[in-house]
Design a protein around this ligand. Structure first.
Ligand code: SAH
Ligand code: SF4
Ligand code: F3S
Length: 442
């Protein structure tokens, strides 16, 4: 008699770094012979990979963990593992509140998951791992990636910036970079598996390699990855405006495969708010950086993150944020309402902005940004763009994919057959706020 096939279900929240960690958990479970299932009911292992960057994320995740109480009752042998940033932050408190959780794994144990999981299976005694000082950096093992052609590649972990609103440095620990050799080996292995598009990940990629004491290490890494045969597109995120250097912009301008999308979060337009956020630049410096990007890469698509309602933000401060949006013309922006994170300096600042004011500012900001997105997309009408096909869209007989700068493109398939990851040239004829449409031309 053969054993029943063991199954796992992964539920991921949060940023690309978490998606990448989740792909690593999947890789380790598959090495142990587990197979994925989409619905957690009846799974042998459930991992919830958590985020705590804003209160709204935490509430949603707490609801999901709560749901699993019924699953544990129905299926007492299931191993419930809560991993990631919220696990790191709340540790034992989280397990006390949700006793159905068997294994709690902070953010530094991703590489070690397989060993800790097998140890758990030996005695089935609940365990909590939240030590951040073990500082893993090199990647071992293999990933089970979500996409067949695009790969997340973490190049560094942690953050040293301590922006005063942000919880990430407390839950991800200090910056540590992977070695160039370790990164290149992962990319070469992925190319051999058919991958062609790569996103290099870090909370602040521009400080890559500072822990090795190397100057311009990130620009050099970009050039090294650009030269790997088979690599077709390179993206990277996130760039901190304070650390983004001319060398990196030159590498993008000169590199054949390094895409022209620049994700440079500015967070707020008022220099006084930026100072209190501990961002290390002013409005003028940010705008000068954008000018430098446009000088070297005239068709750059610039995207950003913005927070409204930081403590003490006045109407005049907010007007400076709108001014930056107007001047730069971002292709898209992630816009957030400031969320108080206990333990961060901003949580203790006076003059917290009332929720109604924050919401009203967010609405005005989004309306302005939508105009800007539409305007950027209108510039593509009449042009032929290179798209990597993601697959069929929600509409029948229409496929979707992304340009080198991340713009979503839809086109009718007509009688042609496409493959996921295929390069398709599309002549754009229609621009909308969130996407463009056109016809395939070859
Ligand atoms: N390291 C990246 C991303 C950090 S988290 C960076 O520095 O840009 C992604 C975004 O979440 C941030 O850019 C910021 O805009 C937002 N964010 C972080 N903390 C927040 C908070 N307390 N409230 C609202 N938004 C927040
Ligand atoms: Fe948070 Fe700032 Fe670090 Fe980004 S750079 S993760 S916003 S502390
Ligand atoms: Fe990412 Fe959320 Fe952690 S944004 S780093 S998963 S707090």
């Amino acid at each position: 008699m053969t054993d029943k096939q063991k199954t796992y279900c992964l539920i991921n929240y949060g940023c690309q770094m978490n998606e990448s960690d989740t792909e690593h958990y999947a890789g380790q479970l598959e090495e142990l012979g587990y197979k994925p299932i989409a619905d957690y009911h009846g799974a042998d292992v459930i991992i919830i990979n958590t985020c705590c960057v804003r209160e709204s994320a935490e509430k949603k995740i707490a609801g999901k963990i709560g749901e699993l109480k019924a699953e544990k009752r129905a299926n007492p042998d299931v191993v419930i593992c809560v991993a990631g940033c919220m696990a790191q932050k709340d540790g034992e408190k989280l397990v006390k509140k949700h006793p159905q959780v068997d294994l709690l794994l902070g953010t530094a144990y991703v590489n070690d998951f397989k060993r800790l999981f097998l140890e758990y299976l030996e005695d089935r005694k609940g365990k909590i791992y939240t030590d951040l000082t073990i500082h893993q950096s090199e990647f071992e093992g293999h990933m089970v990636r979500q996409s067949p052609f695009h790969a997340w590649i973490p190049i560094m972990y942690g953050c040293n910036n301590f922006c005063t609103y942000c919880i990430v440095p407390y839950v991800r620990g200090r910056e540590r970079s992977r070695s160039v050799e370790n990164i290149v080996a992962e990319i070469k292995a992925a190319v051999a598996d058919g991958y062609k598009e790569f996103t290099l990940l870090g909370q602040n990629v521009n400080s890559y390699g500072k822990d090795f004491g190397e100057k311009d290490a990130f620009a050099k890494l970009l050039r090294t990855v650009d030269a790997i045969p088979g690599v077709e597109r390179i993206h990277y995120m996130t760039s901190h405006p304070r650390d983004m250097s001319e060398e990196v912009i030159k590498a993008v301008a000169e590199g054949e495969h390094i895409c022209e999308g620049f994700h440079v979060p500015f967070q707020a337009g008022s220099s006084e708010i930026l100072r209190r956020m501990n961002r290390g630049y002013t409005k003028e410096k940010y705008l000068a950086l954008i000018d430098m990007i446009r000088k070297y890469v005239p068709d750059a698509a610039i995207t950003t993150d913005i927070i409204v309602g930081f403590p003490g933000e006045t109407e005049e401060d907010f007007a400076e944020t709108l001014d930056v949006v107007r001047r730069v013309g971002f292709t898209s922006a992630f816009t957030f309402i400031y969320s108080k994170r206990s333990g961060t300096p901003a949580a203790k600042m006076e003059n917290q902005v009332p929720l109604a004011v924050k919401k009203e500012r967010l609405n005005r900001l989004m309306a302005l940004q939508n105009e800007s997105s539409l305007h950027c997309h209108e510039k593509l009408v009449g042009k032929t763009v290179e798209v990597l096909a993601d697959g069929p869209s929600k509409q029948a007989n229409v496929w979707g994919g992304r340009t080198r700068t991340g713009v979503l493109v839809l086109w009718p398939v007509e009688d042609k057959k496409y493959e996921v990851g295929q390069k398709v040239n599309v002549l754009v004829d229609t621009a909308q706020t969130w996407l463009v449409k056109g016809k395939a031309v070859d």
